[in-house]
Design a protein around this ligand. Structure first.
Ligand SMILES: Cc1cc2nc3c(=O)[nH]c(=O)nc-3n(C[C@H](O)[C@H](O)[C@H](O)COP(=O)(O)OP(=O)(O)OC[C@H]3O[C@@H](n4cnc5c(N)ncnc54)[C@H](O)[C@@H]3O)c2cc1C
Length: 494
C-alpha cells in the first residue's frame, strides 16, 4: 500500500467485500485494494457457515418468494429474478474454479436437493399451483411435485416417518439445488486476493470515521489490539460491514444515508448431534411460515456440508435483539436512531408491535418448545439428539415513506453516493447467494463514475467471467441451457 492511499477500500471481511475484491482485481489488476476487518480473521460474522443457512437461494424451495394472490394464482416474479441472480453467482464461481482462483468446487458448494414440504388441503393446493406455474418456466423446468407417499418417502424418509395417513402431504423437489459454505468461499476468495501484488488485508482493524474531502475519502482506522490509529485515503469505499453497514453509512454524512434505519433480528439453530440421524437426511426441506411469522423465520431442515463434514440443522428461530452484529453492542439499535430516521423508526415501531412481540416470544422459548417445532418436521426427533446454537444477526431495512412514516423491508439494498465514490450494502435477504449480482450493481452504479478505476475493456473482462453478463437468463431458454451445462458440470451440481 503506497503512502496510506488506495484506489479501493473494502470495509468488512464477509462474502460481499470478498466478491467485490475478486471482481475488481479481475476487471483491473492494477487497482490498489485494501480490505479492512475488525475481527482477527475474515468470515466470522454472517458469512461464517454456522451463522447462515448455506442455502443457495434460487427460489426452488423458499415459499415466501412466491406469495399467493387473491385469485389463488401465485406471483412467481421474485423467484425468477432470484433464480437468475443465483445463476450469475454460479457463473463467477465456475469461472474462478476453472481459472484456479478457487479450489475444486466441493470445498465450498455441494449438490443438495431443494424441497418444499407442506401438509393440509389448502397448503397442498397452494404448492400444486406454485409448481404448475414455475414448471412452465425454463429456469424451473426440472422441478417435480408429488403427493404420493412412496415418492415423498424416497425424497425425505426421516420426515415421513410415523405421519398421520389421513392427512394430505405434498412436496416439490429440485435435485440440482445447492448447499454453499459461504464462510469457506469467502476465505478462499480472500486467500486468492492475498496473492495479488496490489492487495492488502488488515485484520483486527476497525473503521471508526469516514470523511469526504477533495474527491477522496479519509478513513480513520483503529487497531483493535494496540488501539493505534491511522488515516487511509481512498477513491472508492465499499461498506460491506454486514449489520454495521448502517451506522458506518450514517457516519459518512451523505444525503443518501438520511432516513434509513435498521431492525435487528437474531437467529438460533437446533443442531443434530446424532451421526446416525445426520446420515439419513440428505436434502434441504423448507416449510411454510406461520401466518404471523416474518419471512426470515420460515422453518427448514437442512443437510449441510461445513468444513467438509456433513451436518443437520433446523431453524432458524428468529429472536429479538438490539445488536447489529453477533459481536456487536447492545447499544447498536439505540445509537442508530438519528433525527433524520426517527420518524421512520417510530412509524415501523407502531406498525410492527406484533412482530416485536413475536420475536420476544421466540427468543424466550424453552428447549421443549423448540423441539416441538422440530417435531412438526421430524415426528420422531429426540430431545437429547439436538442442541441449540446461535446463528448470525440480520438487520432489516427501515425506510421513510409518506403513508405510515416508515416501512420495514426484508430484502437487500445498495445505497450509493451520487458521485459513485461510496456504496453501502444494507439488508440480508436473499443475501450471500446473490452477492455476485449485488457487487456487479456496485461496479455499474459507482465504479463507472470514478474515472480511471475501471479499464476501458471492463465489460469484456466481466463477460469472460460471467458469460451471460448483459443478457437475460429469464428470457432466453437456449442461453440458460448452455450456461447451466457448463456451471453445473464445473460445480458438480448435475
Ligand atoms: C440466520 C441467517 C441465515 C441466513 N441464511 C442464508 C442462506 O441460507 N443463504 C444466503 O444466501 N444468505 C443467508 N443469510 C444472509 C447472508 O449470511 C448474508 O447476506 C451475508 O453473509 C452478508 O455478508 P456481508 O459480507 O455483507 O456481511 P458479514 O459476513 O456479516 O461481514 C461483515 C464484516 O464486517 C466487519 N465489520 C463490521 N463493522 C466493521 C468496522 N467498523 N470496521 C471493520 N470491519 C467491520 C464484521 O466484523 C464482519 O466480519 C443468512 C443470514 C442469517 C443471519
Amino acid at each position: 500500500m503506497k503512502k496510506n492511499e488506495v484506489d479501493v477500500l473494502l470495509v468488512g471481511g464477509g462474502i460481499m467485500s470478498a466478491t467485490l475484491g475478486v471482481l475488481l482485481t479481475k476487471l483491473n489488476p492494477k487497482l490498489n485494494i485494501c480490505l479492512v476487518e475488525q475481527l482477527t480473521d475474515v468470515a466470522l460474522e454472517s458469512s461464517d457457515a454456522l451463522n447462515n443457512a448455506g442455502t443457495g437461494h434460487a427460489g426452488y424451495c423458499e415459499l415466501n418468494y412466491t406469495p399467493e394472490l387473491n385469485n389463488r394464482t401465485v406471483d412467481i416474479q421474485r423467484a425468477l429474478s432470484i433464480n437468475a441472480n443465483f445463476e450469475t453467482s454460479l457463473q463467477l464461481w465456475a469461472s474462478l474454479v476453472a481459472l484456479g482462483a478457487l479450489p475444486a468446487a466441493q470445498h465450498f458448494i455441494n449438490k443438495t436437493p431443494h424441497l418444499s414440504f407442506v401438509w393440509g388441503h389448502a397448503n397442498v393446493e397452494f404448492l400444486r399451483q406454485r409448481f404448475l406455474q414455475l414448471k412452465q418456466h425454463h429456469l424451473f423446468k426440472r422441478m417435480q411435485f408429488s403427493e404420493d407417499w412412496a415418492q415423498l418417502n424416497t425424497w425425505m424418509p426421516l420426515i415421513m416417518q410415523d405421519r398421520d395417513p389421513q392427512t394430505r402431504y405434498a412436496a416439490t423437489c429440485v435435485s440440482h439445488g445447492a448447499d454453499v459454505d459461504f464462510g469457506a468461499l469467502t476465505k478462499h476468495m480472500v486467500a486468492y486476493l492475498k496473492k495479488q501484488a496490489n492487495f492488502t488485508l488488515l485484520t483486527a482493524t476497525k473503521v471508526t470515521q469516514l470523511k469526504q474531502t477533495d474527491q477522496q475519502w479519509r478513513v480513520k482506522l483503529q487497531n483493535t489490539e494496540s488501539k493505534k490509529t491511522k488515516t487511509l485515503k481512498a477513491h472508492f469505499v465499499f461498506l460491506g460491514a454486514g449489520g454495521a453497514s448502517l451506522p458506518l453509512l450514517q457516519k459518512t454524512g451523505l444525503p443518501e444515508s438520511k432516513g434509513y434505519g435498521g431492525f435487528p433480528v437474531s437467529g438460533q439453530w437446533l443442531i443434530c448431534k446424532n451421526p446416525e440421524m445426520i446420515k439419513q437426511h440428505s436434502t434441504k426441506v423448507y416449510g411454510k411460515a406461520d401466518v404471523d411469522a416474518p419471512p426470515m423465520s420460515v422453518p427448514h431442515l437442512d443437510t449441510r456440508m461445513i468444513n467438509g463434514k456433513p451436518a443437520l440443522l433446523f431453524g432458524p428461530f428468529a429472536g429479538f435483539t438490539t445488536k447489529f452484529l453477533k459481536t456487536g453492542s447492545n447499544l447498536d439499535l439505540a445509537k442508530s436512531v438519528k433525527t433524520s430516521n426517527l420518524k421512520a423508526m417510530i412509524g415501523v415501531g407502531k406498525q410492527h408491535t406484533d412482530l416485536t412481540k413475536y420475536l420476544m416470544k421466540e427468543a424466550t422459548q424453552t428447549h421443549q418448545q423448540r423441539m416441538d417445532a422440530l417435531r412438526t418436521f421430524l415426528p420422531n426427533a429426540n430431545n437429547d439428539d439436538w442442541e441449540l446454537a446461535q446463528a448470525g444477526q440480520r438487520v432489516q431495512i427501515i425506510k421513510q415513506c409518506e403513508e405510515n412514516w416508515g416501512k420495514l423491508e426484508f430484502g437487500t439494498e445498495t445505497v450509493c453516493a451520487q458521485d459513485g465514490s461510496l456504496a453501502a450494502l444494507l439488508g440480508a435477504s436473499p443475501g450471500a447467494s446473490v452477492s455476485v449480482q449485488a457487487m456487479i450493481d456496485v461496479v455499474e452504479r459507482c465504479l463507472t463514475k470514478q474515472p480511471g478505476l475501471l479499464g476501458e475493456d471492463w465489460q469484456a473482462r466481466l463477460k469472460e467471467l460471467i458469460p451471460a453478463y448483459g443478457e437475460s437468463l429469464i428470457d432466453d431458454a437456449d442461453l440458460l441451457q448452455k450456461i447451466r451445462s457448463h456451471t453445473h458440470e464445473t460445480l458438480g451440481l448435475f
